[in-house]
Design a protein around this ligand. Structure first.
Ligand SMILES: Cc1ncc(COP(=O)(O)O)c(C=O)c1O
Length: 395
């Protein structure tokens, strides 16, 4: 038997928590509120568009930057939402999901030893991909609210201190996984000012841009702020918006001088995303209908139902305005930490959630919380709620 061999730079990351919790959920037949994927299919049009693309014979490699109809559909979708004009040829690079866009940006634009500012809790891809690119992360903590109804916030002075002469980039994930925070104009303006003062590139991950609920403040693009157009790489994808997470069609939008770096890496990572799905994605973006509105209404209802149930059981549920997720504090129930709580939930209650300490540079910061995904059918959420009634305090 050989012992597992893993490169040193990846050893600290172990097996992704999503894979671990999904396995535990399967072992215990638990309702999987751990990994962020819907348990229903995307729009009916998606199937037809995908089969049409296959029937049309779109089965070979595509152009490296994306099939022309998709680049054009992304640009048209921005224009139709009043987000300005982007050049489909020079400014858009289609990737295999936002995931590949993340690694393309980091490998293609920065050098080993460069520093990157990352808000925590973070999507774990950022730190693992930063390590693959030899970048040094500097963390700024998003603190849970002390008052009910408020969202997670960061300390402006801590953010300023995170910028050093070696800082080359900052990751902003808005709307934010796992907290459901939508960054305000004031917060983005502060970040933009620091980017301009220090000559830093803003990488914004906006995969949840269409999933904002109720009266939450609207999503604001960093790229739209004065002076940021030539300093911002905007990442997004089809998966979260259209409940098609397995399609893995994403994109990076950046001015031509930054797209050059993204493409330099992308051409040697995957070269192109799956061609038939690129054509199908173009068809969906051209005719999105009101899918997003319907899904946002389902999600908001799920969030409220699940949140209310967790509160009844003694957890403190933090405000989530967006995404697929809510964070809840289980501290009052007396479990040792988030891993103990989530293990107990999966094994004895039959519900899987994510222990968020893995999303922090210091795991103690996430120990009292758990992340629940509510991107499921209403029946799934109700079944999870029924099972959660079995949850008892540890002491
Ligand atoms: C913040 C964030 N960015 C990127 C991704 C990955 O996107 P994709 O599935 O398009 O690769 C996810 C998926 O969970 C995410 O939560």
């Amino acid at each position: 038997m050989h012992s597992p061999r893993v490169a040193e730079r990846l050893v600290p990351f172990g097996t992704s928590i999503f894979a671990q919790m999904t396995r535990l959920a399967q072992q215990h037949n638990a309702v999987n509120l751990a990994q962020g994927f819907p348990d229903f299919d995307g729009p009916g049009l998606a199937h037809k568009a995908a089969t049409d693309a296959l029937a049309a014979g779109h089965s070979q490699y595509s152009r490296m930057i994306g099939v022309p109809p998709l680049n054009e559909a992304i640009a048209a979708s921005w224009a139709s939402r009043g987000l300005g004009t982007i050049d489909p040829e020079r400014e858009i690079t289609v990737t295999s999901g936002c995931s590949e866009a993340i690694v393309s940006v980091l490998l293609g634009l920065f050098n080993p030893g460069d520093e990157i500012v990352v808000f925590e809790p973070y999507f774990d891809f950022y730190t693992a991909c930063a390590a693959m690119a030899g970048l040094v992360p500097r963390f700024v903590t998003l603190h849970p609210p002390s008052r009910k109804g408020d969202g997670f916030t960061f300390d402006a002075e801590a953010l300023k201190r995170a910028f050093t002469p070696r800082t080359k980039a900052i990751f902003i994930n808005t709307p934010h996984n796992p907290t459901g925070k939508v960054y305000s104009r004031e917060e983005l303006t502060l970040i933009a000012g620091l980017c301009q003062r220090h000559g830093v590139i803003a990488i914004t991950d906006e995969v949840y841009e269409h999933l904002i609920y109720d009266d939450a403040q609207p999503h604001i693009q960093m790229r739209s702020l004065p002076g940021m157009e030539d300093k911002t790489v905007t990442l997004s994808s089809l998966g979260k918006t259209f409940s098609l997470t397995g399609w893995k069609i994403g994109w990076a939008v950046a001015p031509a001088h930054l797209s050059a770096g993204v493409r330099a890496a992308h051409q040697f990572l995957t070269f192109c995303a799956a061609t038939p799905l690129q054509h199908a994605a173009a068809a969906i973006l051209r005719e999105p209908g009101d899918y997003t509105r319907g899904i946002a209404s389902l999600m908001a209802g799920n969030r409220d139902r699940l949140g209310a149930a967790l509160e009844r059981l003694g957890l403190t549920v933090h405000r989530s305005d967006s995404t697929y997720f809510l964070m809840a504090d289980h501290g009052a129930l007396g479990y040792a930490d988030d891993r103990a709580f989530c293990r107990h939930l999966a094994e004895h209650v039959g519900v899987a959630a994510i222990p968020p300490s893995v999303f922090y540079s210091d795991p103690r910061r996430g120990q009292s919380m758990a992340r629940f995904a509510f991107c499921k059918r209403r029946e799934t959420i109700d079944e999870a709620i029924r099972r959660l009634e079995r949850l008892k305090p540890a002491r």
